[in-house]
Design a protein around this ligand. Structure first.
Ligand code: WQD
Length: 339
């Protein structure tokens, strides 16, 4: 029998790609989403890609009664992957209490109902944002976690601590937090991808919208940083590679003998690319010239970060398979499909 995995936020950007990869790996993913930042058509498109009919429960993870009913209806559940959370750094500064309430409550309630129902496996969406601007690069999982610059970052940091405390309490829980670097790209079918609301804040959706003529030009936020070409450096990972890390994490937790377990893993490519390198790679992958100007620095940007991913390579048996050109080609195919 297929192992059933509840994917909260399963209609979102990373969640939807993870549902597909879980299905491909022989799991039975079940989507829980309140569609506060996702479109219902995503579920139909996941079904097209997988040729299946994935179960959907529409509701909010802060609603304990809803989750309990969902668990009762689903019967035997092997684990949860918890994506459902607010995720915009800038917005979190303006609405801190909403971020704390949503991101903390949903995690607390998910863990509580899991423990009450003896559901053993849990994978949590964390972020490289917990490292802030690290002094030594690449960052490893031993790199100290920093005081956070935004309520969003703080929710990720504290949520990791909450999971650790729950495991240390002796609860029968086996948990992994994945610290994502910068996910980009889309499924190679171009049926699912990122759906930014309004003007994109992130680099790659802004690039693809500019190439599609929706935005006039891209502004590169600063070229006077202390990096080889003066622009900021990030670790851009294809969303499908990132999705596969969740599958490997679940398999790892299943093989884990002890009943209490918690660990964190970096999930990136291990390589940093500057903003100008991303632009060049996009131009190569799409065959389009991108209109861009150099503008001032963006407040709050860290100069550079990229991850050491040896731990995930060795312990999870996971590695990236797709290049930055693959990511940008798929992001462009997805953008064209949206037009
Ligand atoms: C990347 C680079 C910008 C837009 C995001 C999330 C964060 C974390 C990681 C989850 C930076 C530059 C951008 C533009 C530009 N994810 N840029 N012009 O800042 O690394 O953060 O991913 O936890 O929460 O917000 O990603 O895509 O915004 O920026 O020059 O129009 O592109 O300055 O150097 P960032 P990003």
């Amino acid at each position: 029998m297929k192992k059933k995995i509840i994917v909260t936020g399963g209609a979102g950007y990373i969640g939807s790609h993870t549902v597909v990869e879980l299905f491909n790996a022989g799991f039975e993913p079940v989507i829980v989403d309140n569609f506060s930042n996702a479109d219902k058509s995503v579920v139909e498109r996941i079904n097209e890609i997988t040729g299946s009919n994935i179960t959907l429960h529409e509701g909010d993870c802060c609603d304990e009664g809803f989750l309990r009913k969902m668990i009762e209806a689903e019967g035997e559940i092997d684990g949860f992957i918890h994506f459902a959370a607010y995720k915009a750094v800038g917005e979190s500064v303006k609405k801190p209490l909403e971020y704390y309430r949503n991101n903390f409550d949903s995690l607390l309630i998910v863990l509580k109902v899991m423990m009450d129902s003896s559901i053993p496996h849990f994978v949590f969406s964390s972020s490289c944002t917990v490292y802030g601007q690290a002094e030594v690069l690449p960052v490893t999982e031993e790199t100290p976690v920093q005081k956070q610059e935004s309520p969003y970052g703080n929710t990720k940091k504290v949520c990791e601590e909450m999971i650790n405390d729950a495991v240390n309490s002796g609860a029968k829980l086996k948990c992994i937090s994945l610290r994502y670097f910068n996910p980009i790209g889309a499924h190679s079918s171009a049926r699912i991808g990122e759906l930014p609301l309004g003007v994109p804040q992130n680099l790659v959706p802004f690039i693809t919208q500019t190439a599609a003529g929706i935005r006039e030009q891209l502004t590169v936020f600063g070229d006077d940083y202390d990096t080889p070409d003066g622009t900021c450096i990030r670790d851009y990972i294809h969303v499908v590679d990132l999705a596969k890390a969740h599958v490997k994490s679940l398999e790892y937790l299943e093989a884990e003998k002890s009943e209490n377990f918690y660990d964190v893993f970096n999930v990136g490519t291990g390589k940093g690319n500057s903003v100008l390198e991303v632009i060049k790679a996009f131009e190569k992958a799409s065959g389009k010239n991108l209109k861009y100007v150099i503008g001032p620095r963006r407040a709050g940007d860290i100069v550079q970060i990229y991850g050491n991913v040896d731990k995930a390579n060795k312990l999870l048996g996971w590695k990236t398979e797709l290049s930055i050109e693959d990511s940008l080609r798929d992001a462009w195919e997805w953008e064209k499909r949206l037009a």
